[in-house]
Design a protein around this ligand. Structure first.
Ligand code: ADP
Ligand code: MG
Length: 276
């Protein structure tokens, strides 16, 4: 059921200017993101995927247009029906809003090299959660879930494998229970096995209700989505609904699942039509 809009972008434009040229990267783009969806943004390199993700998430501001979140906001005491329009927020307000409502995973894990894996997660969590003990419990549980054991959680990032590092980064992204988890090519730097592991974690979080917006350029990652948005030259060309196949993606354990095969074919047909 897609009734609950969590985020609404209206007439977004993003223009980058240097001395001589203006580059219109997003062009009057409107998009609603639904609660509980695993929304995937695809499109050629340079089509504006990252720019869109940064605008939606409040990492950057659009040149024109509005971004409204439908979330409860304790800091203001507002209810989600009212909507919070973030595109004109000051840097501080935007940072505070992100901290309370959004989580991030990037291609690079951006972990702090001088802190243990657990502390990396704790530092993000403490920005919102003042109960250190409860937070530590939550962090440890989440790290265990992504198969970072207690011993590894005390290691510095450099002592962990690339796959482990990215799993820590995913835990950091969800430690504050964000309404939306944004991911920009989160498996772009991982080998095949680690890619599957990270995608499995994202799929599992999504099946528990975590809304996700993920940019990817691989079929393997896109396949986890419930809704695929295709971006071409700063506008949405079309979208593909995979919601009916929730939970049935192709993976190494179940390569022959019937529903997974249908999902795969529907997505492939869609991408082919997009000229991907
Ligand atoms: N901060 C920036 N300043 C100038 N140009 C930028 C900036 N960020 C992105 N661009 C340009 O916008 C276009 C789209 O970039 P991006 O959103 O990163 O595409 P994608 O993620 O789809 O590959 C590219 O041509 C890029 O050079
Ligand atoms: Mg990009």
């Amino acid at each position: 059921m897609r009734n609950d809009v969590i985020l609404k972008a209206k007439d977004l434009s993003k223009t980058f200017s240097n001395e001589s040229v203006q580059q219109h990267v997003l062009k009057n783009l409107s998009l609603e993101v639904y609660k509980g969806d695993f929304t995937v943004v695809m499109g050629n390199s340079g089509s504006g995927k990252s720019t869109l993700l940064y605008a939606l998430s409040g990492m950057d501001r659009p040149t024109l247009g509005t971004i409204t979140y439908y979330v409860d906001d304790d800091s203001k005491g507002t209810k989600k029906e009212e909507g919070i329009e973030i595109s004109k927020f000051s840097n501080d307000k935007l940072a505070m809003f992100r901290r309370n409502h959004a989580g991030f995973v990037f291609q690079q894990n951006y972990l702090n090299d001088s802190m243990s894996a657990l502390d990396n997660v704790m530092v993000s969590g403490l920005l919102r959660n003042k109960d250190r003990k409860a937070l530590a419990e939550k962090a440890k549980k989440l790290l265990e879930r992504v198969e970072i054991n207690e011993r590894d959680s005390k290691k510095f990032p450099a002592q962990l494998s690339g796959g482990q590092q990215q799993r820590v980064a995913v835990v950091r992204g969800v430690i504050n229970s964000p309404e939306v988890l944004f991911a920009d090519e989160p498996t772009g730097a991982l080998n095949s096995q680690n890619t599957t592991n990270v995608l499995d974690i994202l799929s599992e979080l999504n099946s528990e209700g975590q809304s996700i917006v993920m940019v990817t350029h691989t079929l393997k990652a896109a396949e986890r989505g419930s809704r695929i948005i295709y971006l071409a030259d700063g506008v949405i060309s079309d979208e593909c609904d995979l919601g009916e196949y929730a939970g049935d993606y192709q993976d190494d354990e179940n390569p022959d699942k019937e529903k997974a095969r249908k999902r795969h074919e529907k997505l492939k047909d869609f991408l082919q039509a997009m000229g991907w």
